[in-house]
Ligand binder design. Structure first.
Ligand SMILES: C[S@@+](CC[C@H](N)C(=O)[O-])C[C@H]1O[C@@H](n2cnc3c(N)ncnc32)[C@H](O)[C@@H]1O
Length: 146
């Protein structure tokens, strides 16, 4: 596993939690060889990036032809995300892609796969939720087109 973020503070925070190699870098130009990784995982990241096409093109470049792309995406239809988008000072206000369905459609232009709703968050408690109107996070899971 290799962790990548362009924020030095985030790399430092991750270093305190995991022993995996962490790289300070930009997702549009990954220092990773073409077709060399089994999986690319975005953890609530794509919705915050302006340069989403360049990032997805780079993710699919480094992915092995048999590999899997997993994008965890905040669901702006959920109460949890909607309330955070109304809260002053919330990090969620930095989200540039607030139409989750359009974001998922963009991801699915790069990989063949589907969106799964799986995680609800309420009163800071995490639970299983497959309801598209309630699940706070969904996963887009896909593979490269043949
Ligand atoms: C909402 S945070 C996700 C945090 C992290 N994945 C986690 O689970 O805690 C979005 C992250 O994307 C990073 N980021 C934004 N644009 C980036 C880019 N072009 N390349 C690499 N990282 C980027 C930001 O520095 C920020 O840490």
């Amino acid at each position: 596993m290799i962790g990548v973020d362009r924020s030095e503070a985030m790399i430092q925070a991750a270093q305190d939690r995991v022993s995996a190699p962490l790289v300070l870098g930009d997702a549009t130009t990954l220092p990773i060889a073409t077709a060399s990784v089994d999986a690319v995982v975005f953890v609530s990241t794509l919705e915050f990036l302006l340069e989403i096409d360049a990032v997805l093109a780079e993710a699919t470049r480094v992915l092995d032809p048999e590999g899997t792309l997993v994008a965890l995406v905040l669901n702006t239809r959920s109460e949890y995300v909607r309330s955070n988008l109304q809260r002053e000072g919330s990090y969620f206000l930095r989200m540039v892609h607030r139409d989750t369905e359009a974001l998922v459609d963009t991801i699915l232009e790069y990989v063949e796969g589907e969106q799964e709703f799986f995680l609800g968050i309420s009163d800071e408690q995490v639970s299983e939720s497959t309801d598209p109107s309630k699940a706070a996070i969904s996963a887009v899971v896909g593979t490269l087109p043949e």
